[in-house]
Ligand binder design. Sequence first.
Ligand code: ADP
Ligand code: MG
Length: 697
Amino acid sequence: MTNVTELFGSMVFNDRKMQERLPRTTYKALKKTIKNGEPLDISVANAVANAMKEWAVEMGCTHYTHWFQPMTGITAEKHDSFIYPAEDGQIIMEFSGKELIKGEPDASSFPSGGIRATFEARGYTTWDPTSPAFIRDKTLYIPTAFCSYTGEVLDKKTPLLRSMERLSNVATELLHLLGKNDVTRVTTTVGPEQEYFLIDKKMYDQRPDLIFTGRTLFGAPAPKGQELEDHYFGSIKTRVAAFMNELDEELWKLGVMAKTKHNEVAPSQHELAPIFATSNIATDHNELTMEVMKKTAEKHGLVCLLHEKPFAGVNGSGKHNNWSISTNTGENLLDPGKNPENNIQFQLFLAAIVKAVHEYQDLLRLTVASAGNDHRLGANEAPPAIISMYLGDDLGALVDSIINGTDYRSNGKSEMLTGVDVLPDFKKDSSDRNRTSPFAFTGNKFEFRALGSSLNIACPNYMLNTMVADELAQFYDELKNADDLEAAEKAIIKRTLTEHKNIIFNGDNYSDEWVKEAERRGLCNYRSLPEAMAHYVDKKNVDLFVRNGIVTEAEIHARYEIELETYSKQLRIEALTMIDMAEKNITPAVISFVSKLSDAAIAKKQLSASYSVYAETKLIEELSEDLESFVKKTAELKEAANNASLYKDDQLKLALYYRNTVFALMGELRALGDAMETKTSAAYWPYPSYAEILFGV
Ligand code: ADP
Ligand code: MG
C-alpha cells in the first residue's frame, strides 16, 4: 500500500524542507520573496543553494538544471553536475547562489522571432523562487525564467509572473478603496483539466504520421466510434488503470495534486485534473504533468498523445483552464456569496471580467490557436471559434436586473429529492452547466474551455490576467476621486454591463443560429490560427501589453512571428509526411494489391473460362481509378508545398497560404487515401487501422 501522505512532495524542495534545512533568518527572507515578491539577497541565495544541493545529493542527485519554457511549446533543460575541482585531483559537490540565480544557456537555438541575431547568442535563465525546485532522474530541477542578453523576454513564464504581479497590485489598490485594508496581495489561481489519448506503442511505431506530427494524416473511420457513448466515465481498463496509478504516484512525488481521473468521450481518451494552485505553479505543474504522462506511458508499452486532434472523426483533446482570483486573506473574489445582488465588490470584479473578455475576445481566441486546435474550434465538439461568456441563470438574472434596474430574485439552491429513502437528499447547484461555452462561470471561478490539450497554459493566463488587471485599473482610476463611492461603483457596474452585455451568451454555442447571432452582435469569428493571429499586433492589443508592463512592442511582434512561423512549419511537416506516406507506402501497397487481384483473375480464367472474375475486375477498376486521382493529388500537394517558398518573406501570408492551399489539398488527398483503405485488403494496407489503434489497448 502506498502511503500517499508520505509520498506527496517527496521529490520537492518544499516549504517543510526549507524550514528544516535553512537557517531561520534565511527561511524568513526567502518566504518574503515568495509571498510578497521582495527582491532576494545573494547571501540568502547562497544559503538556499547549499541547502538545496545537500538535499539533492542525499537523494542521489549528481546534476542540477535550470528548467525553462522557451517559445518552442515545450520545456527546456541543460544539465550541469555539482562537481567542483578540489585539491589532489579530487572533487567536491558544490552549488553556489550564483549558479542558483543565473544560468547561461546558449540562446541562439531557441525561437526569438528575429528579436536577437544569432551572433548575440547569450541568454540568461533566472531562478523563480515562487515555484519550488524538484528532483527528476537524479537531477535537481530549478524553475527559471528566460531572457536574452539584452533583456528581451524569450519565454512564457516571465509575462505570466508579470501579469500576476500587475493584477495583484491593481486589485489590492481597488480592494483598499473598498475598505479591505488587510489585503496585501491578490493571486490568480488555476486548475487545468488535461485530456489525452493513450494508445499501444506497437501501433504508434507503425505510423509515421503519429511519430512526426502527433496526429493521423490518413485513416478511414473505424466501424465503431464514440456514438454509443460508452467510454465517457466508463470503467477503466486494467492496463490503463496501471498507467494511471503510476502517473498519480509520480505526480504526487513531484508535488502535483493529481485529484480526478476518468475516461473521456472518445475511445482511448482520458482526463486528469489536479487541485488548483497559483497560476505560476499550475503552469509548471501542467508542463510536468504532460511530460510525466508521456514518460509513464512508455513504461507501460503505451504512447500518450497530447495532440488536439489525433484522429479525424472522433473527439479531440482540450484543456479546461479553471481560473479565479483570491486574496492573501483567503477570500475568493469570484465567489458571489449568498447575496450577490448586494455584493458590490463581486459585481465590480465580474464587470471587469465581462468588459475584458468583450474587448479582448480576439486575444483569448488567438492565445488558444494552434495548428492542432484548428481542428477542434468551430467543429462540433469543442467550443466554437467565437469567444463568448456563460454566466448561468442566477448571474444572468442578476446582470439583467442591474442593467434594467429591476429587482433580482435568485433561483436559490433547491433541495434535490432523490425519491429513495436510502439515498440522501442534497442541495442542487443554483444553475446547470453549459458545456458548450468557451468561457463559463462555474460557481466561484471561470472555466476557459477553448484551450488545446498540448498548450502551455502560461499564455492564456497572462492574457487573461493582463486584460482583467487593465480593466480593474480603469475602474480604480474612476473611483478613487469619487465623492459618493457607492453611487460611483453602482454606476460603473451598470454602465459596464450594459455596454458589454453582447459578450454574454447562455445558449447553445454549437448551434448554427449562434454563429449568425454572434455576427449580428459584432463578435469575432476567426476560424484558423493565421486569421486569429493577425490581430495579435493590432494597436489596442499592443497597447494593452505595453501599458501594463507585460511585454514590449518588439516582444509582441517577435511572439507573433514565432506563432505564425511555427504554424507554417507544422503544416509543412504534415504535408511532407503525407507525401512520403503516399508515395513510399500507400501507392505501392495499392499497386501490389491490384496486381495480386489481376494475377488471381488471370489464374482463374486459365483454370476455366467460365469462372466469374466479377469481384476482381470490379475492385481493379475502382482501385485503379482511385489510385490515379490519388497519385495526381499527391503531385499537386507536392507542388503546392514547393510553392510555399514564394511567400517566405511574410509570415502571415505564408501561414495563410499553408492554411488555404496546402491544408486544403491535404484534406482532399486524405479523402482519396481513406477511400482506398476501405477497399484494400488489410494484409496489404501499410498502416494499422483506426479500429486497431483506437481499440487496441
Ligand atoms: P469539471 O470536470 O466538472 O469541470 P473538475 O472538478 O474536474 O470539474 O475540475 C474543476 C477544476 O477547477 C479542478 O482542477 C479544481 O481544482 C479547479 N478549481 C476549483 N476551485 C478553483 C479556484 N478557486 N481557482 C482555480 N481553479 C479552481
Ligand atoms: Mg471542466
